[in-house]
Design a protein around this ligand. Structure first.
Ligand SMILES: [Zn+2]
Length: 283
């Protein structure tokens, strides 16, 4: 069933697990994520990035997800990831996204508050939940360019930001980065504890791919309720694609046979991620 993030993340905060949040596009990713999460009885957040919504991307992704969500018993959120453009947020809400992230983390603090608040006002009318980012999670953009400098979240800003904007959950910067890591990250757990102690809303970790399991689990026990994952799924998808390419040519495999190695590889990674965030049997 399709839900927004509010109850989903508040339950996770109370019970100290996180909901896996996967960026996805194309039936093969969406279907494998949903089938695997249903099998493991894990709630899940399906996310789309602006990059994947171009052209008819928004039509395809929302048509597929809205069309199948009611066939699953697990809670499923349809979330817009990292929007920096308010027009895109409006469009996503009109298309039936149940949740949106507005990312003003590159803006000055007051400007981030102003824009985020504007998004919250738009979203609240339609019962759509809103995630914002305070501090900045650096790393790589999808095109491989650098996404600015890391700026850790300041605990004293959190209460002020949440009160002034009315967001439902908050992405914090505590030492992860987007994309594939060049060196093992070192999460600032003490900083997270301070943030979680004062935060009125559940917290979100971006850059979950490649972060060591023990660090992710420590972060979850200390308040992280949503872990964003993309790079690890892309790596799994490509590994499966290379396996698929080895299939005997003369068989001309049917699509289900040709895609099977990709789905198997994705499924294995999704199961690992569900175990990492401790969301099995939480649906
Ligand atoms: Zn992110």
């Amino acid at each position: 069933m399709l839900v927004d993030l509010r109850d989903m993340l508040n339950k996770a905060r109370q019970e100290k697990y996180a909901v896996p949040a996967f960026d996805c596009t194309e039936d093969i990713l969406i279907r494998t994520i949903l089938d695997t999460c249903e099998e493991k009885k894990s709630p899940v957040i399906l996310m789309a990035l602006e990059h994947d919504l171009q052209g008819k991307g928004m039509d395809y992704i929302t048509a597929v997800i809205k069309g199948v969500a009611e066939k699953y018993t697990i809670p499923i959120a349809l979330h817009l990831d990292h929007a920096t453009n308010i027009e895109l947020v409006k469009r996503a809400i009109d298309y039936g996204f149940t949740s949106v992230m507005y990312d003003g983390s590159m803006l000055p603090y007051e400007e981030n508050i102003k824009k985020t608040k504007e998004v919250v006002e738009l979203a609240k009318e339609k019962g759509v939940s809103v995630e914002a980012e305070l501090g900045h999670v650096a790393g790589k953009e999808l095109d491989g360019s650098s996404a600015g400098e890391t700026q850790l979240t300041e605990p004293e800003d959190v209460v002020d930001f949440v009160e002034k904007t009315g967001v439902d959950c908050l992405a914090v910067s505590i030492g992860t980065a987007h994309g594939v890591y060049v060196a093992t990250p070192d999460l600032k757990i003490e900083r997270l504890k301070e943030i979680n102690k004062v935060s009125p809303v559940p917290l979100v970790l971006h850059g979950g791919s490649g972060t060591p399991l023990d660090q992710v689990q420590k972060a979850i026990v200390n308040g992280i309720t949503k872990v964003n994952l993309y790079a690890d799924l892309r790596i799994a998808m490509f590994a499966g694609l290379k396996e698929a390419a080895k299939l005997e040519k003369r068989i001309d495999p049917l699509p289900d046979k040709a895609f099977k190695p990709i789905k198997d590889s994705l499924r294995k990674t999704i199961i690992d991620k569900i175990a990492m965030v401790m969301s099995e049997n939480r649906a």
